[in-house]
Ligand binder design. Structure first.
Ligand code: ZN
Ligand code: ZN
Length: 219
């Protein structure tokens, strides 16, 4: 049992007056004075963890504190979710510029220009990574320039193709031939070989096994 003496301590708008005979589970229930003039009963743990910070007047005020139309980053507050609170704050329904809805309190959304829904966050991270690769002007695996890589994906031999064999290129860093199979623009198989002929044959084997040798022209 928590016998912590909270007498005269302040918790938000509440000041703990005295412990009562009431119990909430094993916890003491305190009689508290709210700044608004009302008295209220609150269990010890609810005071300490900050769940209860008023007689209820704070929530009522916050509930009517209108965030409607408030724009933070890509998010615009639509409406409060009825009777849903987090840490005493009302949870709002926010519409992201992409149309998705997120449910957060004003405090959770934070005041950042880069505020957005989790989906947009992932997209942004992905496009930033993409941008980075383009800046470095080479594919991270093959070390090929974007042009050469696209040509290979298109199934054409790029004039800079270092091997002269489709789907096989020279990996400068490793000093090996890299054979790869693409499907719908994604690398679905890749291996390194010291020997160009081996690389070519291994790639043909994979194509025959997995794709019946009918390599998608749009690979
Ligand atoms: Zn109050
Ligand atoms: Zn979004």
């Amino acid at each position: 049992m928590n016998r912590k003496d909270l007498t005269n301590q302040r918790f938000g708008r509440l000041i703990a007056l005295r412990p009562t005979e009431e119990r909430h589970g094993s916890r003491l229930v305190w009689e508290c004075q709210c700044d608004c003039g009302k008295k209220t009963m609150v269990p010890t743990d609810q005071l300490i963890n900050g769940n209860v910070r008023s007689c209820g007047c704070l929530q009522r005020e916050n509930r009517y504190k209108d965030a409607t139309g408030r724009r933070i980053g890509k998010l615009t507050a639509n409406e409060p979710v009825p009777d849903l609170f987090y840490g005493g704050e009302p949870i709002w329904r926010w519409r992201c510029d992409c149309g998705r809805i997120v449910r957060k309190t004003l405090g959770q959304v934070g005041n950042s220009a880069s505020t957005m829904c989790p989906f947009c966050r992932r997209e942004l991270n992905r496009s930033q990574a993409e941008q980075m690769r383009k800046l470095q002007n080479r594919d991270p695996v093959s070390g090929m320039s974007p042009g050469a890589l696209e040509s290979m994906m298109d199934g054409k031999l790029h004039k800079n193709n270092s091997s002269g064999v489709r789907g096989v290129c020279w990996h400068r860093r490793l000093g090996k031939w890299q054979a790869r199979v693409f499907s719908h623009g994604k690398c679905v198989w890749g291996e390194y070989f010291s020997d160009l002929q081996q690389a070519k044959e291994a790639r043909e084997r994979v194509l025959a096994e997995k794709y019946g040798n009918k390599e998608n022209k749009k690979e």
